[in-house]
Design a protein around this ligand. Structure first.
Ligand SMILES: *Cc1c(COP(=O)(O)O)cnc(C)c1O
Length: 334
């Protein structure tokens, strides 16, 4: 049978030929000594694209988010974050475990924003009873949804008014930029720090960058070493990340278009599509055996009944979308 189509996440992609070539020819050095030219080059490129002074390369987005939290907040301080956010819910409680930093989770609105009036009510007064509120952390995209550009400037104004810092979990911020038709920095420059995943829609095999001021990134570098994230000839993977930043941003529009076609096609088959935004489609599972049945056609979906998430990426082309829809049609008729 033809190739397997994996819709579980945009993390599943294989490096492209161009990316592999960049990895093979990358000049290398020991990055813990600051000697790896390919890591430095990636960090400069990332800082430039996001409109920040500096950047640091780390093995994962979980680590770059943690580096940001540890660099912004001290023991006994807190960050305001969505109840549904990756930085709160899906990172093992790292900020609390390793930084003694308290999260203050707040439910997000259906469009993925945190209502700033509501956020204001969670900021603690300067009083010995309370943790000190230091940081607001947002996520863009969140479940594929793009935060409105006006919301970003409003959030900047909000944190300035309240003397807070502003972090962005931008695991998929490139998707947000492409969907908004703006350069990356138009989104990221509102923030004091931004984590960008190279291994999601951008298609690199591994790695994330944290961007921010020189001071913040210097602190983050200390934490990275302590966490075991100091990697030696890391240029071999950094080169893939830089290749992704230079070649794979604009093409995200294709992933978004295919997600739209996929959502429309599923709707036409009578499937309940809960939402489609950027490269993500959320559906109500149309039958109990849907995931298993689709697997017999070589189409891999996240396990589970109830809500299913289908993610388009570099390794899903137009023919694949047709194959998914005809498989779904057959499965639903069976
Ligand atoms: C994937 C992801 C991260 C980071 O995950 P890693 O697997 O550790 O790279 C952070 N935030 C969001 C929203 C993500 O989707």
């Amino acid at each position: 049978m033809s190739k397997t189509i994996d819709l579980r996440s945009d993390t599943v992609t294989q490096p492209t030929q161009g990316m592999r070539a960049a990895m093979i020819s990358a000049p290398l050095g020991d990055d813990v000594y600051g000697d790896d030219p390919s890591v430095r080059s990636l960090e400069e490129t990332a800082a430039g694209l996001t409109g920040h002074e500096a950047a640091v390369f780390a093995p994962s987005g979980t680590q770059t988010n943690l580096l940001a939290l540890l660099s912004h907040c001290q023991r006994g301080e807190e960050y305001l974050v969505a109840q549904e956010a990756h930085t709160y819910k899906f990172e093992g409680g790292g900020a609390a475990v390793l930084g003694s930093i308290q999260p203050q989770p707040i439910h997000q609105e259906p469009n993925g924003t945190l209502d700033l009036a509501k956020v204001a009510t969670y900021i603690k007064p300067d009083d010995a009873h309370y943790a000190m509120t230091r940081l607001l952390a947002l996520e863009n995209t969140t479940n594929g949804k793009v935060l409105p550009l006006e919301y970003l400037s409003a959030s900047r104004e909000f944190v300035d008014q309240h003397g807070l810092q502003l972090h962005l979990d931008g695991a998929r911020v490139a998707n947000a930029a492409v969907a908004s038709g703006v350069a990356l920095k138009e989104i990221t420059s509102h923030f004091d720090s931004v984590s960008v995943c190279l291994s999601k829609g951008l298609g690199a095999p591994v790695g994330s960058v944290l961007c921010g001021s020189r001071d913040l990134i210097a602190r983050a570098r200390r934490w990275r070493k302590m966490l075991g994230g100091g990697m030696r000839q890391a240029g071999v993977i950094a080169a893939a990340g830089e290749y992704a930043l230079k070649n794979h941003i604009d093409r995200l529009a294709e992933d978004h278009m295919r997600a739209e076609v996929l959502a429309e096609g599923l709707r036409n088959l009578g499937v309940e599509v809960l939402s489609q935004a950027t490269n993500m489609v959320f559906i109500e599972s149309p039958k109990r055996s849907f995931v298993d049945d689709m697997a017999t056609y070589g189409i891999v979906l996240s396990a589970g009944y109830g809500t299913l998430r289908l993610v388009t990426h570099l390794d899903v082309d137009d023919t694949d979308v047709e194959r998914i829809l005809s498989a779904a049609s057959a499965v639903l008729k069976a």
